[in-house]
Write a protein that binds this ligand. Structure first.
Ligand SMILES: Nc1nc2c(ncn2[C@@H]2O[C@H](COP(=O)(O)OP(=O)(O)O)[C@@H](O)[C@H]2O)c(=O)[nH]1
Ligand SMILES: Nc1ncnc2c1ncn2[C@@H]1O[C@H](COP(=O)(O)OP(=O)(O)O)[C@@H](O)[C@H]1O
Length: 389
């Protein structure tokens, strides 16, 4: 996914609390990682654009002069990497985002936390997390939704160590995986969340969510309550829906009628259902709790909650991940738009030498990703920002 341009603050971040340090002319802030020291230079106080210099201790040389850093809303710094590949030129150093605040709380409140995330173009709608006990009808509801709105929703294909059921396909319903392989991938940080459910390991890889978002579709996650809690604590901003059965008797009837589990597995799932229901209903974790009594009623409620009543299913908006930034000379911020001047000397190219990076709709993606960036070229001679592409 490319390399983050910088790393961990040498000093506590309190200097950044109001951004003053960054805006004062003399200020230089150092970020150190391994043998590299990244220095964000102070600006003249008028512009929010700052230079970034990199000192490589192993070669004792200053390198990569010319990265640009722009402080955004005092909660994150946008770094525009010079000479990076299109896929790797925009990064955010998160200083005071919701994710960073949550992480600080998790670490007891006294630890300074910063997080790197890569800028990804395009806006994908908030993922939908659906939880509920086994047999309640999650899969049935999700299938209906995907059938009615095939271009709008995409399913996050989880990994699991459980055996496939008769009609289940590898890579479609689940990625059926060896336990040791999955444990290694979890250790390698490839998973957004994972949990042990009914005696097997289940997990959502970061890639599973990103693949759907890259297609411009809204991602649906069918995961248990533990997994939902982990996603709540992740940078992913999602909508959380819990499906509950009309009664335990009806849940049992549905599980048996489905005919996909042995008697022992059904008993285990029913025992676990009690705890899942308790947590689903009373934890405050879920934004919406829907009864699945009559299937059609529940489906209509689900559509309402998702704002789909009467909506005919918009076409997907495929995401193009990269953008070729020419040599960047300066950047300034205006109303959530970063104006990037690429400073070509040749007059004939001058009409395309300014690029606007719209950061008004930034939102957390899977860990390490910030979505919602929009980029377009404008005519630099026009007073208005006129789109030319
Ligand atoms: N945490 C987590 N739970 C998952 C994931 N995938 C599926 N689950 C949950 O695991 C449980 C068992 O799923 P499954 O074996 O397909 O049985 P079913 O719910 O009866 O269809 C359900 O509660 C799923 O929501 C995942 O990636 N992460
Ligand atoms: N509202 C409903 N009324 C009756 N049966 C239902 C309803 N919703 C789902 N079912 C049935 O219950 C069984 C379990 O549903 P499923 O979608 O597999 O549950 P889950 O994915 O939550 O484990 C399936 O056989 C399905 O056809």
């Amino acid at each position: 996914m490319g390399e983050a341009p910088a790393f961990c603050y040498e000093n506590p971040l309190k200097e950044f609390a109001n951004g003053n340090t960054l805006k004062s002319k003399s200020a230089e802030t150092a970020i150190v990682t391994g043998s590299k020291k990244y220095v964000i230079e102070g600006s003249d106080g008028k512009s929010t654009s700052l230079g970034v210099r990199i000192y490589d201790e192993s070669t004792a040389q200053w390198a990569c002069k010319g990265h640009l850093a722009v402080l955004l809303n005092e909660d994150r710094i946008l770094i525009i990497k010079k000479g990076a590949s299109p896929d790797d030129c925009l990064w955010f150093l998160e200083l005071d985002t919701q994710y960073v605040r949550d992480q600080k709380t998790m670490h007891g409140g006294n630890t300074e936390v910063v997080a790197w995330s890569k800028g990804v173009r395009g806006d994908a709608e908030m993922p939908i997390v659906i939880s509920g006990p086994s047999g309640v009808g999650k899969g049935t509801l999700i299938n209906k939704l995907m059938k009615e709105y095939p271009s709008m929703f995409g399913f996050s294909v989880s990994h699991t160590t459980r055996a496939p059921r008769v009609k289940e396909e590898d890579g479609v319903h689940y990625h059926f995986t060896e336990k040791s392989v999955m444990e290694k991938e979890i250790k390698d940080g490839k998973f957004l969340e994972y949990a042990s459910v009914h005696g097997n390991l289940y997990g959502t890889s970061i890639e599973a969510v990103e693949v759907v978002a890259d297609e411009g579709k809204r991602c649906i996650l069918d995961i248990d309550v533990q997994g939902a809690r982990s996603v709540r604590q992740s940078p992913v901003e999602a909508i959380f829906i819990f499906i509950r059965p009309p009664s335990m008797e009806e849940l049992e009837r549905r599980l048996r009628a489905r005919g996909t589990e042995t008697e022992a597995q059904i008993s285990k799932r029913l025992r676990n259902a009690e705890a899942e229901l308790e947590q689903g209903i009373s934890s405050g974790l879920f934004d919406h709790i829907l009864y699945n009594d009559e299937l059609e009623d529940c489906y209509q409620r689900l559509k309402e909650v998702l704002g789909l009543d009467g909506n005919v299913g918009a076409a997907p908006n495929p995401v193009s991940r990269g953008f070729d930034l020419p040599v960047v000379h300066s950047a300034s911020e205006l109303d959530n738009q970063i104006i990037i001047d690429c400073g070509t000397q040749e007059l004939e190219k001058a009409s395309k030498n300014r690029i606007v990076l719209d950061v008004s709709r930034l939102r957390g993606g899977a860990p390490g990703h910030t979505r919602g960036l929009d980029l377009y070229a404008v005519n630099s001679f026009s007073d208005e920002l006129k789109e030319v592409r």
